[in-house]
Ligand binder design. Structure first.
Ligand code: FAD
Length: 304
């Protein structure tokens, strides 16, 4: 009994108790050259055996990676035999152009789109829809559903999207995306589990009962995460900066710290009932692999 009490106090379950009864997915970005393509492919080969329910490939700012995204998505699905999802945005394209990209995907056997508005190409300006294009993600989803019956994932923001006037407007927008036909939302990365739990409550209170999958960002470079957080409104807790201080010249120690932070976040989310996790891999496998392993995931049909 004393052990039980101690475990509860430690916010059980402990890592050693986790049975791996979770669903995982991995996000990659399209490589820019041969060397990066090899890194991506090695990562797919490492993470594939963990049995992700899907992997996704991002769409570069302004649609700049249209062909490369397409190539990787189709290759992952056909060669690695992992269900692959293509990210697609509304930026710099007419509705007809976007529909054409979607039709190509459908013809190649891709059935899952991560539908996004995207950002103004230079990053700093206010987003303006293309004159002949989809106005936002909800509008894009409605269009995609006319092209074919895609499975659709969308973005959600536990810390509120920077363009949103307030938290309620952001949830209303999320609801509009589900009403337009989205199947699940994947969240922007965050580091405070309570922030996710509050968001989950607000989403439920808005009458949304679809899956909200926490997006997990294992920190590869703290400076890069600080930069990204500045743009997307994710708060970096003070304790986290403290944990990375002094590790600039110690990549191995840094990786151990990163894996610990992300695994601990996932463990708390698990304790709060979450069983789905989406990993922003940045095309590197080791951190995501280690975190999944800590959560009890083992290669499907492979050695325990
Ligand atoms: P939307 O859901 O359309 O909304 C964005 C904001 O605008 C919200 O705050 C919403 O409240 C507000 N808004 C929308 N419509 C209206 C309206 N009619 N009136 C008032 N307010 C409105 N970007 C890429 O370029 N490529 C990617 O591959 C990519 N992948 C991503 C994957 C995930 C999981 C996430 C979380 C983000 C990704 N992004 C990607 C970033 C995304 O494009 C940006 O966050 C973008 O600023 C918003 O896209 P959205 O689909 O959430 O937009």
């Amino acid at each position: 009994d004393q052990l039980q009490e101690a475990k509860t106090a430690l916010n059980a379950p402990l890592f050693s108790d986790l049975p791996g009864d979770i669903d995982i997915s991995f996000e990659f970005f399209p490589p820019k050259n041969e060397k990066m393509a090899q890194t991506l492919w090695d990562s797919v080969a490492t993470l594939g055996p963990l049995g992700p329910r899907f992997v996704s490939v991002t769409y570069g700012a302004g649609g700049s990676t249209r062909e490369r995204t397409h190539e990787q998505v189709v290759r992952i699905q056909n060669e690695a035999k992992i269900p692959a999802a293509a990210h697609l945005t509304c930026v710099n394209a007419t509705k007809e152009e976007v529909d054409e990209v979607a039709r190509h995907y459908w013809a190649e056997g891709i059935r899952h789109i991560v539908a996004l508005r995207g950002d103004a190409p230079d990053g700093s300006q206010q987003y303006k829809p293309h004159p002949g294009g989809y106005a936002n993600a909800a509008d894009l989803i409605a269009g995609l559903k006319k092209v074919a019956d895609f499975e659709i994932s969308v973005a959600a923001y536990p810390e509120v999207h920077p363009d949103s006037p307030d938290a309620q407007a952001d949830i209303d927008n999320l609801k509009a995306k589900f009403d337009a036909g989205a199947d699940r939302a994947i969240t922007q990365f965050f580091f405070d589990p309570e922030c996710f739990f509050r968001f989950r409550d607000d989403v439920a209170a808005a009458g949304i009962d679809a899956e909200i999958v926490p997006g997990i960002m294992p920190v590869m470079s703290f400076a890069a995460v600080q930069r990204m957080s500045g743009m997307c409104g994710t708060e970096i807790p003070g304790w986290m900066k403290g944990l990375f201080d002094g590790l600039d010249e110690r990549p191995a120690a840094r990786q151990l710290v990163s894996a610990t932070i992300a695994a601990e976040l996932c463990r708390k989310l698990y304790a709060g009932g979450e069983r789905n996790f989406h990993f922003y891999t940045l095309n590197r496998a080791e951190l995501s692999y280690a975190i999944c392993h800590m959560l009890g995931k083992r290669p499907v049909g492979g050695p325990a």
